[in-house]
Design a protein around this ligand. Structure first.
Ligand SMILES: NC(=O)C1=CN([C@@H]2O[C@H](COP(=O)(O)OP(=O)(O)OC[C@H]3O[C@@H](n4cnc5c(N)ncnc54)[C@H](OP(=O)(O)O)[C@@H]3O)[C@@H](O)[C@H]2O)C=CC1
Ligand SMILES: O=C1OC[C@@H](O)[C@H](O)[C@H]1O
Length: 311
């Protein structure tokens, strides 16, 4: 009886979903905190659907201006970059508007709702103009040193399986087996090495992470492939800063207190200023990501992923 009443209440009487009492959750971590330590970034203005909410947020975070609408921010000639932390379906229409106004766009992930939208957005006519605006899908964790170190350990031609995970806290890549020339072995035998790399704590590398490198060596008969002997060698790496990653990363900018979002902002500003970037997520990569999301929807019987178009 209780369940019956509850169902009726939910269908006919329950109030509409509550309007959030604050601006997007991600904004402090995604922009406000990183901007504080970036000497070239000023968070100048904020808009929310409800002005009092925007005012409260602006007061709390020391943002000088509150605008009445998202459009007002986009149309302000003194603002050159727009951060879009809206629900995913709204990324596409607002990113299109921002680009059309010639603004640089830092777009929360996932960039848009499906591959068709991604293709249109990342081939927007403004992007082929001289002094084209910059657009970046904010896959923040990819900018963190541990992810960069992890990538550098994986020659792309050697991936047997693995790849980018969307919303999990680890990723594993298995490299192709390799024959290791071993002169000490009899001619009838060969040595094979296979490597598995796992990055744990990928999303918030700064809290904790670890890269496990597991090499499996096998000595086998070259003809029958019968295993003679097998053993594993394990090692671990970590990189809370680029200096800790070492090698090609030594000396790159960063700090022990930089989250992935701060590394991302550093590169975003570098692009905006026309400086070199050590790492970047090109539009083609964002299109590939959305193709993968579309495939996941289709393979699971959910059909094509629908967006809201230009809104
Ligand atoms: N939360 C997280 O940890 C992370 C989030 N992201 C991405 O950031 C984006 C925002 O996520 P999150 O901060 O969690 O989202 P929230 O729901 O907290 O914030 C979204 C904001 O969008 C605004 N908005 C505009 N139109 C609507 C609408 N029709 N319904 C609801 N909200 C609306 C609201 O702000 P207002 O009313 O003030 O205008 C709202 O506060 C998403 O794309 C998400 O994938 C990425 C990484 C991490
Ligand atoms: O990208 C992200 O970063 C912050 C996390 O809390 C969130 O779950 C994830 O989507």
């Amino acid at each position: 009886m209780g369940a019956f009443i509850s169902r009726i209440w939910h269908i006919f009487i329950s109030p509409a979903a509550p309007v959030p009492k604050r601006a997007a959750r991600i904004v402090p971590m995604g922009l406000i905190v990183p901007a504080k330590s970036h000497p070239e970034v000023i968070v100048q203005a904020i808009a929310a659907r409800d002005r009092t909410r925007a005012e409260a947020f602006a007061k709390k975070h020391g943002i000088p201006e509150v605008k009445d609408s998202y459009e007002e921010i986009i149309n302000d000639p003194t603002i050159n970059c727009i951060y879009i932390p809206l629900p995913n379906a709204f990324h596409y229409p607002w990113a299109l508007r921002a680009l059309a106004a010639g603004k640089h766009v830092l777009l929360e992930k996932p960039s848009v709702s499906n591959a068709a939208e991604a293709v249109t957005l990342f081939s927007h006519s403004s992007l082929s103009l001289p002094n084209a605006p910059v657009i970046l899908e904010g896959f923040h964790f990819q900018f963190f040193p541990s992810w960069q170190l992890f990538r550098s350990l994986i020659p792309s031609t050697e991936i047997a399986y693995g790849g980018k995970m969307y919303k999990v806290d680890f990723t594993t890549v298995r490299l192709h087996d390799k024959v290791i020339p071993t002169p000490s072995l009899p001619a009838s035998q060969e040595q094979i090495k296979s490597r598995t790399l796992t990055l744990w704590g990928m999303m918030h590398g700064i809290l904790w992470h670890r890269i496990d490198i597991i090499d499996t060596f096998t000595i086998r008969d070259s003809t029958t492939k019968a295993v003679v002997k097998t053993w594993k060698e394990k090692s671990t790496r970590k990189a809370y800063t680029f200096d800790e990653a070492g090698g090609e990363f030594t000396g790159l900018k960063g700090g022990k207190d930089w989250m992935s979002f701060r590394y991302q902002l550093e590169e975003f500003v570098n692009r905006v200023k026309g400086r070199e970037t050590q790492y970047w997520i090109e539009g083609e990569e964002s299109v590939r990501t959305m193709k993968m999301v579309d495939l996941a929807y289709e393979k699971n019987g959910l059909g094509a992923r629908v967006g809201m178009g230009e809104g």
